[in-house]
Design a protein around this ligand. Structure first.
Ligand SMILES: *Cc1c(COP(=O)(O)O)cnc(C)c1O
Length: 226
């Protein structure tokens, strides 16, 4: 078995144990394999081990891999910051985007999504803890943005994504997850049809699953250190 296949098994069993501890169905948490900085060969190995969904931060790098791997049936998620001059590439190549934090970006993606493709699946990135070096709409602006995005053609709003600031104290990270979950529930209670809470990475996936994550984005534990 390849190292990547072994790592994938280990991550799947971490997700399973976390679900067990939380009394959740393991099928309620999807694994997104974050392949940024790794090559098409590593993605092939992960696919051979059963992984279908892959996340990329850097758009041009992601598009290159998408094109190199067109013979495989993969699902590609854009999880990195999106500058205006990159929206066309995202709209034309990716299946999902987790990092929409401005209406302008969503409007461009909507206008540029080719009619021949299924709607682009969208999560709004929310900056729950106010970290200064990351993107994301502030929580009090999330509802307005979500409602505006949900109304755009060629986009399907699926949920929210968050990246907690790293903390020594795991309880602090878990508190950010809990706040994200509460916001997600609040948006749903306002009539938005959401099924995705994208949170949890290599270091914090257990806490994220405990607090209701439906999609964990894991890079290092699958592909190794970047
Ligand atoms: C890199 C990255 C990940 C994966 O992080 P790991 O710690 O390597 O698991 C997840 N989400 C986002 C947005 C990232 O940029």
């Amino acid at each position: 078995m390849s190292v990547i296949a072994e790592n994938l098994q280990r991550v799947q069993s971490r997700i399973q144990s976390a679900c067990q501890a939380a009394g959740r169905d393991p099928a309620s948490v999807r694994l997104l394999a974050v392949s940024k900085t790794f090559g098409a060969d590593e993605v092939r190995q992960a696919h051979a081990a059963g992984q279908q969904a892959f996340g990329e931060n850097y758009i041009q790098e992601g598009v290159d891999k998408i094109q190199a791997l067109q013979d495989l049936d993969l699902e590609w998620h854009c999880i990195g910051p999106i500058q205006s001059n990159k929206t066309r590439l995202v709209a034309a190549h990716f299946d999902w985007v987790h990092s929409v934090d401005r209406l302008k970006t969503a409007e461009r993606l909507s206008a540029q999504r080719p009619a021949s493709m299924p709607p682009l699946q969208v999560c709004i990135q929310v900056n729950i803890d106010g970290g200064e070096n990351k993107s994301g709409v502030l929580p009090d602006q999330a509802l307005a943005l979500a409602q505006a995005v949900a109304a755009l053609p060629q986009l399907q709003l699926r949920g929210i994504m968050t990246i907690p600031e790293p903390h020594e104290d795991a309880a602090l990270t878990r508190d950010v997850h809990a706040q994200a979950h509460a916001l997600w529930l609040q948006l749903k209670s306002r009539g938005l049809d959401l099924d995705t809470l994208s949170m949890g990475m290599t270091a914090d996936l257990e806490a994220a699953v405990q607090e209701g994550s439906t999609m964990v984005r894991v890079g290092t534990a699958i592909f190794g250190r970047r």
